[in-house]
Design a protein around this ligand. Structure first.
Ligand code: NAD
Length: 435
């Protein structure tokens, strides 16, 4: 099949590359010419394990093309996927849809033959209906609008695309399901479910999935607070409740707070949709509030651990919202690091994906490009993101400051080991050792 992805970010680039790998001809379009120029040299614009090899393979085969020429891509494609960003609007909780509608207006203007327009971007209920209205207004008859939300996770995106749990397709025209099913058939053959519903239903499934996962994380995070007060180990609770198949074990790991490019914006997007339809989604509202409060809990705890922030040296290990991605969107570190610096501490950070523009102009904050230098002389080491390379660090060898403390936001380290090594160690929802 001939496809085009409008927007070559995390979703457009990964899904476009993987569709090409399934034998389709794919035009990945982006208005950012820098991105396109890098990709045309087979240099990935995002950090995503396994992606570079796939891009190179499919680019060289001629099936995967990168371009800023929307006209050519639209003319030559039968299926057009919208993969542009849908962030939260500034100063509101509403979804910013200007990138979607600007792309749609351009496509509708250019489309001359029969096209299927597919929203892969996460969009609120009724966005497909609005797109259809634009098409009708422009008197274009040959364009179908369907919803096909994306569920891949950054850091595991290639694997998730290749082995999805389900493919959700929403259309008010059942004839379209057959065409989309054909596109996904290689993945369905491996066991993925093909789930069809109305277009609005499909739009809601995406928001509901993310809100549910965010709720699960927030639930276990609140229980971690209780465990800290009662001397119970949160990991026992996660195992104890997660082994009930009605609950399920995933997304029950206590940690800093949820972040990233999806959960924060999609929970907010869902409640504004609820408000629009006069439905109070009070549970999701509470989840957002609890998650926001959680970021403060960590900085308050750090102050308690250290006594004061003034002139303390604090080293962060990892700053992205999760491992195996370079994505900083809504990472907890974005709240923690500026607060800590403003409070008088000196922060150094190391991240496997390099220096971050978000911290460049921050006073008393510096990037260090290796773990050892980053931790040297630190009063407190904060394990913020659980990359594999942090799993087996010999802290006593890399930090000569004898009184250093570790605050592990991901429960990456073994409690007993830390006790045996006589390291002052704090983690999430587990007993702390102050040797
Ligand atoms: P992104 O910001 O990484 O990428 C969006 C890209 O679209 C950018 O490169 C931008 O330059 C480009 N763009 C914007 N307008 C354009 C236009 N008119 N023409 C061509 N290119 C244009 O965003 P993302 O993380 O890939 O997310 C895209 C959508 O997918 C969002 O709705 C998001 O909620 C959803 N989603 C994201 C993930 C994820 O893990 N990132 C997972 C599932 C769903």
């Amino acid at each position: 099949m001939k496809l085009c992805m409008i927007g070559t970010g995390y979703v457009g680039l990964v899904s476009g590359t993987c569709f090409a790998d399934l034998g389709n001809t794919v035009y990945c379009v982006d208005k950012d010419k820098n991105k396109i120029s890098k990709l045309n040299k087979c240099k990935p614009t995002i950090y995503e394990p396994g992606l570079e090899e796939l891009i190179t393979k499919n680019f060289k085969s001629g099936r995967l093309k990168f371009t800023s020429n929307v006209r050519e891509a639209v003319e030559k494609s039968d299926l057009i996927f919208i993969c542009v960003g849908t962030p939260t609007k500034k100063n509101s909780q509403d979804v910013e849809l200007k990138y979607v509608f600007s792309a749609i207006n351009e496509i509708v203007k250019l489309a001359k033959s029969k096209k299927i327009l597919i929203t892969k971007s996460t969009v609120p209920i009724g966005t497909g209906d609005k797109i259809e209205k634009i098409i009708k207004r422009k008197r274009k008859k040959n364009i179908e609008v369907i919803s096909n939300p994306e569920f891949l996770r950054e850091g595991e995106a290639v694997r998730d695309f290749r082995f999805p749990d389900r493919i959700v397709v929403g259309s008010n025209n059942p004839k379209i399901f057959k065409i989309v099913k054909k596109l996904y058939q290689p993945l369905l053959n491996k066991g993925a479910k093909f789930f069809t519903t109305s277009r609005r239903g499909s739009e809601l499934i995406k928001y509901a999935s993310n809100a549910f996962l965010a709720t699960k994380i927030t639930f276990i995070n609140e229980l971690a607070n209780l465990c800290e007060k009662t001397g119970i180990n949160i990991e026992d609770i996660s195992l104890g409740i997660g082994s009930d198949s009605r609950i399920g074990s995933r997304f029950l790991r206590a940690g800093p707070a949820y972040g990233g490019s999806c959960f924060p914006k999609d929970t907010k997007g869902l409640i504004t949709t609820g408000d629009k339809y006069k439905t109070n989604l009070s549970l999701v509202k509470a989840v957002i509030k609890s998650n926001e409060n959680r970021k403060k809990i960590h900085t308050e705890r750090i102050k308690k651990i250290l006594g004061t922030f003034k002139n303390k040296k604090i080293a962060f290990l990892g700053v992205t919202f999760k491992p195996n991605t370079d994505d900083m969107r809504d990472s907890v570190s974005l709240k923690m690091i500026p607060f800590i610096c403003k409070s008088g501490a000196h922060v150094s950070y190391y991240d496997p994906t390099g220096e971050k523009k978000e911290f460049k102009n921050l006073k008393r904050c510096k990037f260090t490009n290796n773990i050892k230098d980053n931790c040297k002389g630190a009063d407190l080491i904060i394990l913020h993101t659980d990359w594999d390379e942090f799993k087996t660090l010999e802290f006593k060898k890399i930090n000569k400051n004898k009184k250093f403390i570790i605050y592990d936001l991901r429960n990456l380290y073994n409690l007993k080991e830390m006790k045996n090594k006589k390291i002052k160690y704090f983690s999430i929802g587990r007993t702390s050792f102050s040797n």
